[in-house]
Design a protein around this ligand. Sequence first.
Ligand SMILES: NC(=O)c1ccc[n+]([C@@H]2O[C@H](COP(=O)([O-])OP(=O)(O)OC[C@H]3O[C@@H](n4cnc5c(N)ncnc54)[C@H](OP(=O)(O)O)[C@@H]3O)[C@@H](O)[C@H]2O)c1
Length: 212
Amino acid sequence: MEYMGKVFVNIALTLDGYMAPEGMTMGNPEYKNWGAKWGALMSWLLTQRAFRENLKFGPGGETGPVNDLVRHTMQRAGANIMGKRMFDQGEVSWPEDAPFHTPVYVLTHEKRDPWVRPGGTTFYFVNDGPARALELAKEAAGARDVRISGGADVIQQYLNMGAVEELEIALAPVFFGGGRRLFENLTEPLPQFRIDSVLHGPAATYLRYVRQ
Ligand SMILES: NC(=O)c1ccc[n+]([C@@H]2O[C@H](COP(=O)([O-])OP(=O)(O)OC[C@H]3O[C@@H](n4cnc5c(N)ncnc54)[C@H](OP(=O)(O)O)[C@@H]3O)[C@@H](O)[C@H]2O)c1
């Protein structure tokens, strides 16, 4: 059956264009101050009720348009694709009930059996490249959308394939000065997007672009 969903990216970005601070490795948040930098990039998200519920942070949290956006992003994804570095960090920091509740296709050179988590998340390790991972994700997503979750390396590959239909960026007014830059390694023909919507929040600006 023809896939009717969308392939989308939804990430947080610093003003100087980074998705992750330099030195971001789990277990040592003081190293190069990456923990504080990551917290500043994600401060708008950590306080939202939908995010807190999903991560089992307990009751409370903000409601309103940003929370609606966060909830919508979680609900629309029927499958996720991510890179091995993002997975490695999450493997040691996500709760046992991982926060995706969908199949997750992890692009990697490592051969590994699927990892089934309670709550509907199963990680599949894909060694056959981004096109195959996307094929699998579309099959699994059904009527819902496919989220290219990150990190930068993987998003760049899907941008270069022309596969990203919607690009959603929470632009946080912080600088990293170094780290994993999102917009690099892009190749011709470059993807073309138009502005779809902008939402202003107190800790980020939410930019939504749609492929032309
Ligand atoms: N700001 C945000 O909203 C946001 C969102 C998501 C992630 N992040 C952050 O982004 C960082 C990770 O991004 P990243 O760019 O460093 O790495 P990444 O995209 O998560 O993972 C890259 C790795 O995935 C594997 N891989 C990628 N493409 C592959 C292919 N075609 N075939 C086989 N294996 C492939 C390779 O690992 P192997 O060779 O080892 O298998 C590669 O080194 C993390 O710090 C994460 O927290 C930020």
